[in-house]
Design a protein around this ligand. Structure first.
Ligand code: AMP
Ligand code: MG
Length: 351
């Protein structure tokens, strides 16, 4: 069964074709980063206009690359929530048109849940490797780290998510973006911080620089062991002050320390969530999972604690994309879920 997925919740316009919820037939993606970079954040009006400009072209690309036509597509899955209203409406309108013209059923998906489905996709087509696909049994923990979310869920079944840990202020991706801005680096901040942090780490490893006691705060040992919520604003303020107070400290070192403490917080919360729920499989997703230091630390943590942590094996699958929407759509559609043409999009995470 082949499904089309449409994603337009934020600053990526993307369509994907997936067979049986696992085989990627085509992924078409346009990132709007360049349009938003000078504002150091996503501008909703610019985002909606860019979706409108690109979405038809991406649909044409999917069909021409895969050689498929609409008669071979069983369902059209679309990101319905959460996201920017004007942006979600563009994808929704395309799904409605396809339904009206070709009679293909619509399946609305929560795009955050779609991030947690990508580990079920084969990635051989994307990177020419043979990967044994892991299966995450329900219930598992969902760790979502993106520009707008730092959350931990109990993923009980498709369409059944219980939020147990949440962002108190900035999401992790947003914190990286703001930290990069404080340090005079480009947008989006995550990849910039990671690059600079790597340079510092290499300098320490090679011995060209001596490791020093961190300037930025580490996690308090006395912090409660049941804490599942995320707060990065204190760390961000500490960075701002430290940058002013210690102008001679290198940007690379600040990046390294910021990244280390952020990752420490993610690991602490996931450890607490495992302890609290007794659930030992974690599925992670979202744009911040492009960070190799984070994924290496998650792997290490999983080994040391005898738990399984699955995350997107390819950077393009961590970001918002159409194949994750088609993938989740498959699981919902095969459960008998379909939506009416007058479905509403929503900025909210939960219906
Ligand atoms: P998303 O909201 O899922 O589209 O993800 C975008 C967010 O991920 C932005 O805030 C980026 O700064 C962040 N991000 C992307 N790549 C990295 C990286 N290598 N390290 C840390 N954060 C990243
Ligand atoms: Mg994005």
């Amino acid at each position: 069964m082949i499904g089309l997925g449409i994603e337009s919740s934020c600053d990526e316009t993307s369509l994907g074709l997936v067979r049986d919820g696992k085989e990627i037939l085509h992924l078409a993606l346009f990132s709007q980063i360049e349009s938003h970079a000078k504002f150091r954040g996503v501008v909703p009006e610019i985002a909606s206009r860019a979706h409108l400009e690109k979405i038809n072209l991406l649909l044409d690309e999917c069909l021409s690359h895969s050689g498929l036509d609409f008669s071979e597509i069983a369902y059209v899955a679309v990101s319905q929530r959460p996201g920017l209203m004007g942006s979600l409406m563009i994808g929704a309108q395309m799904a409605r048109c396809i339904h009206l013209v070709h009679g293909i059923p619509i399946v609305c998906v929560n795009h955050l849940e779609a991030h947690l489905s990508v580990v079920r996709l084969n990635i051989d087509q994307l990177q020419n490797s043979q990967e044994i696909k892991p299966i995450a049994p329900f219930p598992h923990l969902g760790l979502l780290l993106s520009g707008g979310n730092s959350s931990i869920y109990i993923h009980k079944d498709w369409n059944e998510l219980e939020l147990i840990g949440d962002t108190m202020d900035d999401a992790l991706g947003e914190a990286f973006d703001k930290a990069a801005s404080i340090l005079g680096l480009g947008y989006p901040g995550g990849p910039e911080i990671e690059k600079s942090a790597n340079i510092y780490e290499q300098e320490i490893i090679s011995g060209s620089k001596k490791a020093e006691i961190p300037i930025l705060p580490k996690l308090l040992k006395s912090q409660p062991h049941h804490e599942l919520h995320f707060s990065f604003s204190g760390l961000k303020t500490a960075l701002l002050n430290a940058k002013k107070d210690h102008p001679s400290i290198s940007i690379n070192r600040f990046c390294f320390e910021f990244q280390e403490t952020s990752i420490e917080l993610v690991l602490r919360n996931i450890k607490n969530a495992i302890k609290k729920t007794g659930i030992k499989t974690v599925v992670a997703g979202g744009g911040v999972l492009a960070n190799t230091r984070l994924t290496n630390k998650l792997k290490e943590f999983a080994l040391d604690n005898s738990v399984e942590i699955l995350f997107p094996k390819n950077k393009i699958l961590s970001t918002d994309n159409g194949v994750m929407v088609a993938c989740l759509g498959y699981y919902l559609f095969t459960k008998g879920i379909k939506d009416e043409i007058d479905f509403q999009v929503s900025p909210k995470r939960i219906a």
